[in-house]
Write a protein that binds this ligand. Structure first.
Ligand code: EPZ
Length: 419
């Protein structure tokens, strides 16, 4: 398995461009299953998770080709309704084919996703939504088995905000008979990106980006092309990279309007953040201030930035309290940050981070996507060499992160595992 090696100490300077958003591209790829035809998706990030979703689409009968950052999907002959365990276990987001396949074919058999590095991640809201829309849904030998001759518009009320369940419900409802209203819907920007794509396919959707989304079902949709929106979590990760190294970085293609909670917390920590034409300029202070942060559904502080922000706070002055209310146990990065010298104590879903004068390089292990980003960020300032193993985790969600960081002056490279 490859590893990424970082020599700490460089101040990042220069300009990088943000890739397309993984968490917008994946549901959009699934949405192509709703209609036969040819789709051109551009500004798609080159990530392991995107390749996995391409594979899922092929298993379901689509023809998929990619060239550079564009993907063409031909769903004309999609007639297979099963997403196998072997694929779903590698990427939970595969669950978002459930709604489209059920709506298009009248039946779907999708493996229950495996657990994750941070606890079981249930899919009960997804199942509830399909049942609300009139499908029969059973669990059979580890698979979700759903059937409905034609889904019926319904009122769907989620007990808590769920990005994936909102996406599955919205996609399925576009082909239902009648009107669907989703209450307590997630309002992340990726939901609106998906809704925009569905509208370009002929769907009638209102309210995306708010807690209530209304969908008028259609008998059929059409193919469409799409340019994937920029990745706000990659943008936040590079903001932290600039901040933690006292650097001065231009993050091009980032939409500051989608990064409000992260920008606000970084400014509280003393980081200078300026919106510029087509991007964000970030300058790190000589001394970072400790800041408390609690994650929440959008527009709150994203759980996907919790690990990265914790790395930043590990070298700030004072103590900060980091609370994750979205996932109670998304802290697998803590033991690894401690190996780098971070002073972090834990109590359930609350971490207290006491800033230290300096971190020191060590061998550490990536455990999940955002935890591995946090370890690389810490390595940028740790004295000496940090080796992050199992970087396949980071390749799931960051396109060539070591190349982008070395382009900003970081001393970072990838070492291929011995064959
Ligand atoms: C999406 O996952 C993102 N993934 C995650 O990003 C992100 O962390 C998460 O939303 C929260 O923002 C993609 O978009 C591909 P949820 P998702 O359903 O949809 C509970 C990354 O790093 N829940 O919004 O799976 C769940 O356990 C990834 O890019 C249920 O209880 O997340 C969690 O506590 C990691 N039952 C909360 O809701 C359900 O049926 C929010 O989860 C579904 C979710």
């Amino acid at each position: 398995m490859d590893k990424i090696v970082v020599e700490g100490g460089a101040q990042l300077k220069g300009e990088i461009r943000i890739s397309g958003a993984k968490n917008a591209a994946l549901p959009i790829m699934a949405a192509t299953l709703l209609s036969p035809g040819k789709f051109l998706l551009s500004n798609v990030p080159r990530l392991r998770d995107v390749l996995t979703m391409e594979h899922v689409l092929r298993v379901l009968g689509a023809q998929v080709t990619h060239h550079d950052h564009s993907i063409t999907v031909d769903t004309t002959n999609c007639n297979y309704h099963e997403a196998p365990y072997e694929l779903v276990k590698t990427m939970r987001a595969s669950i978002c084919v459930l709604g489209p396949v059920l709506a298009r074919l009248g039946r779907a058999r999708v493996s229950l996703p495996g657990g994750c590095a941070w606890g079981p991640r249930p899919v009960d809201f997804h199942i509830k939504a399909m049942r609300d829309l009139g499908a029969t849904v059973e669990i059979d030998h580890g698979y979700i088995v759903a059937e409905a001759k034609r889904l019926k518009g319904a009122s769907i009320v989620f007990e808590k905000s769920s990005v994936g369940a909102t996406e599955n419900a919205m996609m399925a409802a576009t082909l239902a008979d009648g009107t669907t209203v989703i209450e307590n819907a997630a309002s992340e920007p990726e939901i609106s990106a998906l809704a925009n794509f569905l509208r370009s396919m002929g769907a009638v959707i209102d309210g995306d980006g708010t807690g209530t989304i209304t969908i008028e079902g259609a008998d059929e949709l059409r193919s469409a092309d799409v340019n994937v929106v920029p990745d706000r979590i990659e943008a936040g990760t590079f903001m932290v990279a600039a901040a933690i190294t006292r650097g001065d970085v231009l993050i091009m293609g980032a939409d500051i309007a989608q990064c409000g909670a992260v920008v606000s917390k970084l400014r509280e920590a003393g980081v200078e953040i300026i919106a510029v034409e087509d991007g964000i300029r970030v300058r790190g202070p000589e001394r970072l201030e400790s800041v408390n942060v609690t994650t929440a559904p959008y527009p709150g502080f994203p759980t996907d930035m919790q690990a990265q922000f914790m790395a930043l706070m590990s070298v700030a002055g004072g103590s900060s309290v980091v609370t994750d209310t979205v996932y109670a146990d998304r802290f697998s990065h803590v033991p690894e940050l401690r190996r780098l010298g971070a002073d972090i104590t834990m109590d359930r879903n609350v971490a207290v981070v006491t800033g230290v004068e300096h971190l020191s390089g060590a061998k550490v292990m990536a455990t999940d996507l955002r935890a591995s980003a946090a370890l690389i960020l810490a390595g940028l300032v740790a004295e000496g060499t940090t080796e992050v193993s199992r970087v396949y985790h980071i390749d799931r969600g960051y396109e060539a992160i070591e190349k982008k960081l070395s382009g900003l002056g970081a001393h970072i490279w990838r070492e291929k595992a011995a064959a």
